[in-house]
Each structure stands twice: as C-alpha cells, then as structure tokens.
Design a protein around this ligand. Structure first.
Ligand code: NI
Length: 178
C-alpha cells in the first residue's frame, strides 16, 4: 500500500468540512485506512485524518507506541475512528505543544480539553467509546479538528508560541511531524 502525499497548510482542502462515512457502502474505505496507516508510520506521526491525504471523509487514525517525537507520551492503542464525536467531561484545559504533518517543521502551543469522552465506529461499524485524558485527549481533538477544517495554528492564541521546531527545541532530536 502506498504512502500518500500529505497536503500542506495553504491547500484549501484542509479548510473544508469532511463528510460522514457509511461503512456499509464505501468500497474504498479499507484501502483508505491502510494508506493512512502507511503514511502516518512513514512520517512518524501520532495521528492522521483522511482530509490530510485529500480524502474528505470523517475518518481519523492514531497510534502511539514508542514515538521518538513524543518520548514521554503514554501509549495510545491503534485506533480507527469514523464519524467521531467528542464530549468534554470537564471544563479544564491545558496547554501543550503540537505539530502536524500538514505543517511540517513547526510547533505551536495549543490549549485543549484535558478530559474527554470520544465515540465513533471502526471500519466494521463497531462502536468505539473511550474516555481519554491529556496527550491521548489532545491527539483526538487535533485529529477531529481536521475533519472540521481546523488546523492547530488556528488555535494558537499567542503567536509567540508558534515557531520552527528545531529552533524552539534545539536540544531535541530532529524527527518529523505529527
Ligand atoms: Ni494534524
């Protein structure tokens, strides 16, 4: 399965709202998901949303095992989440540095809800429902934003906290973006 080209910020498709998927009548879904995983892994991403490869469908994937870009990050199970919904379980937010494969080389400080419940279906139509917090919750909110045409720089409140990763964090290893 091929690694697909990831659209970069400036491409108008990244600003569109993606459409819901009917898993029972989408013959391209399995190929899409395979390509998304191949692309995410080739680029050391923690997550990827279908519109990032130009497919305007409400499909996101994420997985964190041992990611050199997030060495302190707890593991997140390999997940395919279709037609996701997020519920914020508390009003508490925290700020964290994010990157994005569509914004290569950059990092920005973004506030996200700390504790969420997310719900969706997998490619078999089976329900996925989980509570998540901190980094896991951040990844899900970042990916779901992509389905609504939102890129993380649009959520950076103070642009002094947006810059080139190798300049912001010169001592850290130079891996690629989420
Ligand atoms: Ni992203």
């Amino acid at each position: 399965m091929p690694v697909r080209e990831v659209l970069k910020m400036g491409d108008p498709r990244l600003l569109q709202t993606s459409v819901e998927v009917d898993v029972n009548s989408d013959p391209e879904l399995d190929t899409l998901i395979e390509d998304m995983f191949d692309t995410m892994k080739a680029l050391d991403g923690a997550g990827l949303a279908a519109p990032q490869i130009g497919v305007m469908k409400r499909v996101v994937i994420f997985e964190v095992e041992h990611n050199p870009r997030y060495p302190q990050a707890p593991a997140i199970p390999r997940t395919i989440l279709i037609n996701p919904e997020i519920e914020y379980l508390t009003g508490v937010k925290d700020a964290g540095w994010e990157g994005c494969l569509s914004v290569p080389g950059m990092r920005g400080l973004v506030e996200r809800y700390s504790v969420i419940r997310y719900r969706g279906i997998d490619s078999n139509g089976d329900l996925i429902e989980r509570e998540a917090q901190d980094f896991h919750a951040r990844v899900v909110q970042h990916e779901v934003d992509h389905l609504n045409g939102v890129l993380y720089p649009m959520r950076v409140r103070d642009m002094r906290n947006f810059g080139f990763e190798d300049t912001l964090f010169p001592s850290e290893s130079e891996d690629d973006d989420e």
